[in-house]
Design a protein around this ligand. Sequence first.
Ligand code: ADP
Length: 147
Amino acid sequence: METTLILLKPDCIAGRKAGEVLKRFEEAGFQIRGCRMFRADPALLREHYAHIADKPFFPEVEKFMQSTPVIALALAGDNAVARVRDLIGPTDSRKADKGTVRGDFGVDVMINIVHASDSNENAQIELGRFFQPGEIFDYEMRYHTRD
Ligand code: ADP
């Protein structure tokens, strides 16, 4: 079992696709362990995007990521990091297959609907970045809906 960190980005929020994207994750069997909406401030973005902070496109990414609040999700499941990355497709939405989240809803390489951790090690760091320890829950799912 792994837990990975997802961000529903401003294009997802503004395009009213949060429910659709979360539905895909739930239907793939992932458990929601945490969910939080907040505005990403410049300091947080600089930390989260340290690996691209010196790129010429970074100011545009900063502006984009602050254009609406975002939603962070902690999702758990077998091999969650790799499986979620497969479900969302590659960074550039134009190169993502139809049927993937980015392929179906993303616009381009920046406006690409979601962030998802790219390794288990980064997932641990990113979960700690966006959630307080008490905001990630460990629980059993005993009662179910009708199928
Ligand atoms: P990923 O989000 O798929 O892990 P990266 O870590 O490389 O991809 O990039 C972080 C984010 O920065 C991307 O999701 C995207 O929003 C933005 N980005 C990446 N490359 C570019 C680019 N060439 N031009 C504009 N924005 C970019």
